[in-house]
Design a protein around this ligand. Structure first.
Ligand code: PEP
Length: 253
C-alpha cells in the first residue's frame, strides 16, 4: 500500500515550551501507526532538535523542516542548508508551501532546485502545489497545478520522483476554514496521478503519496482520507491542537 501520512505544519507558531507540550500531549494520546502510515511534524527551525529528541523512540514518526536553502553552503545569511538538516537527523522538508511562494517569491524554478538538493541529501521533499481562488473560479486549476509539477518535478528520473511526496493544497482552502469537498480533492488527486502516469507510467504514479491540505480537521479527515487518491493530509491550524491532530492521525487509511 502507498505511504499514508498525517503531516503537521506548525508554521511560525508556538513558543519552545508550547511546542514541547504539544508534542508531549500528542505522544501521550492513543494513536497507532501501521507500517504504511507516518506522522510528520514540520516544526520551526529552532525547535528541530527538541522535536527530534521527543520522537526519538517512536516508530514511523518524523520531524520535518518547513523550508531549506537551494544552496549547499556559504555566505547566505539566514539560510539553512540540507547538510545542516542532515546533521540534525532531519530527513523530511516541506518545499514550496503557498505561503513561501506568495510572501517569499519562491517560483517553480527555485523550487526545482530545492527539490534537487533535498534528493541529493537523501531527504524527502513534501512538494506543495495548488491554485488560488481566482484560478479555481476560472476553471483552470488543472492546467495551473500541472505547470507547477512540470516545472519543479518533471526533470526528475522515475527513481527520484518516487522519493517525493506531493501535497495538493488549494490556496483558497488554507487557513480559511473552507475545505475542498472530498470530491474536489479526489478529482485533483486523480488528475495529478494520471498526469504522473502519463509521464512516468502507472507503477510509478501509483506509488506516489499525494496529500491533501486545506482546513483539514478531526471532523473532516476521515472523509477526505477515504478517497482513493488522497493519501493523508498536510495540516496547519488543526495540527496545533493535540486532540485534533491525533484524530487526524487516526483517520489515516
Ligand atoms: C497548511 O499549512 O499547509 C494548511 C493546509 O493550513 P490549514 O490546515 O490551516 O488550512
Amino acid at each position: 500500500m502507498r505511504k499514508q501520512i498525517a503531516a503537521a505544519n506548525w508554521k511560525m507558531n508556538l513558543t519552545l515550551e508550547q511546542g514541547e507540550k504539544l508534542l508531549d500531549d500528542i505522544i501521550a494520546k492513543p494513536h497507532e501507526l501501521a507500517e504504511h502510515q507516518q506522522a510528520v511534524f514540520a516544526v520551526p527551525f529552532p525547535y528541530l532538535t527538541m522535536a527530534q529528541q521527543k520522537i526519538a523512540s517512536k516508530q514511523n514518526v518524523y520531524i520535518a523542516a518547513q523550508n531549506c536553502s537551494n544552496k549547499k553552503s556559504g555566505a547566505y545569511t539566514g539560510e539553512t542548508s540540507l547538510e545542516m538538516l542532515q546533521s540534525l537527523g532531519i530527513s523530511v522538508v516541506v518545499i514550496g508551501h503557498s505561503e513561501r511562494r506568495e510572501y517569499f517569491n519562491e517560483n517553480n524554478q527555485l523550487l526545482a532546485e530545492k527539490v534537487n538538493i533535498c534528493l541529493e541529501y537523501n531527504a524527502t521533499p513534501i512538494f506543495c502545489c495548488g491554485e488560488a481562488l481566482n484560478i479555481r473560479e476560472a476553471g483552470t486549476q488543472n492546467a495551473y497545478v500541472e505547470k507547477q509539477l512540470e516545472e519543479s518535478l518533471f526533470h526528475l528520473s522515475a527513481e527520484q520522483l518516487q522519493k517525493v511526496v506531493i501535497a495538493y493544497e488549494p490556496i483558497w482552502a488554507i487557513g480559511t476554514g473552507k475545505t475542498a469537498s472530498s470530491g474536489q480533492a479526489q478529482e485533483m488527486h486523480a488528475h495529478l496521478r494520471s498526469m504522473l502516469a502519463g509521464k512516468y507510467g502507472n507503477d510509478v504514479a501509483n506509488n506516489i503519496t499525494i496529500l491533501y491540505g486545506g482546513s483539514v480537521k478531526g471532523s473532516n479527515a476521515k472523509e477526505l482520507f477515504s478517497q482513493p487518491d488522497v493519501d493523508g493530509g498536510l495540516v496547519g491550524g488543526a495540527s496545533l491542537n493535540a486532540d485534533e491532530f491525533v484524530t487526524i492521525i487516526n483517520s489515516l487509511k
